[in-house]
Design a protein around this ligand. Sequence first.
Ligand code: HEC
Ligand code: HEC
Length: 268
Amino acid sequence: MTTHKPQPARHRLAWICIGTLAALTVVSVVVGFAVLPSAQSDYKAGGLWDSICRAAGVPSSWGPGASATAPVVASNVILLPAMARTASSDSVGRGATLAHSCTMCHGARGMSRSDVPNLAGQYPEVVAKQLHDYQTGKRSNAVMATLAQGLSEQNIADLAAYYASLPKARLAATSYDEVLPALVRVGDPMRNIAPCISCHGGVDQKLGAPWLEGMPKDYLVQQLVQFKSGARRNDGELQMRNVAHAMTAAEIDAVASFYARKGLPARE
Ligand code: HEC
Ligand code: HEC
């Protein structure tokens, strides 16, 4: 024989369950569509539809106004493989003429005698990108910003072609073995530092990564310190800031010495 609870008690339990469910539903609708959205600082009571969209995470504005909050881009330059192609001799010739106003600082044949970067043999897309970044203020330097203002697109292409055509610094052969600083060769995976040679030549040459070998040491140190502090931030996708931010002063000194030293044997 089975024992049943009396029927009225079961019914009461069912009604309590349904009642609780209904109450919970009402509370969650109010919290989700009214209380939470209104807690957002930019909430404007805009009707039920607006509230539902907000609760679902749909942006309230798709129009041009939305770009006001878009992240600041590192550079306006879109690097394309075509920018790295060898230019016509006309372009190189025009660039050579324009470069008269650059020799004072960058040297007669693009090899600087001071702490100004060498341009001789620099990849054309690097020279073009940097000049554009000075023009738009994405990379800040008073002298270069002023000079870049006066350059047309054609001028920039011609200057890039001219400097790319000049011979690079004379280099001692590199073995890419253990004598190189570890950061140059293998980076440091624990600190998320990729090896320099995976972008700057040696193992791979990333489009837009400058030729560093033989650059003045002080210039290299200065640029790494600026990437580290964020004072220089025209590197796309934080490529250099990610590398530099975990580097110590001693490591910056060591990698800068390595890249600068390679240009020196001719003068030693
Ligand atoms: C008065 C000195 C001066 C003159 C003249 C000058 N530059 Fe520069 N240039 C500099 C300095 C200093 C820097 C490094 C600035 C920095 O730290 O951002 C530089 C940087 C550059 C860079 C970036 C190089 C790199 O490796 O990132 C390019 C490209 C460049 N100059 C091109 C030119 C061209 C082209 C001209 C002539 C139209 C020119 N410069 C004239 C001083 C000069
Ligand atoms: C993921 C690729 C990548 C790695 C790894 C990398 N770099 Fe760079 N580096 C770049 C790019 C790209 C630029 C050019 C940024 C720009 O557009 O201004 C750059 C720029 C630089 C510059 C400025 C040069 C100039 O003339 O303006 C220095 C100095 C430099 N890197 C040093 C290093 C050193 C040292 C290491 C290793 C510790 C390293 N980089 C690792 C991609 C890389």
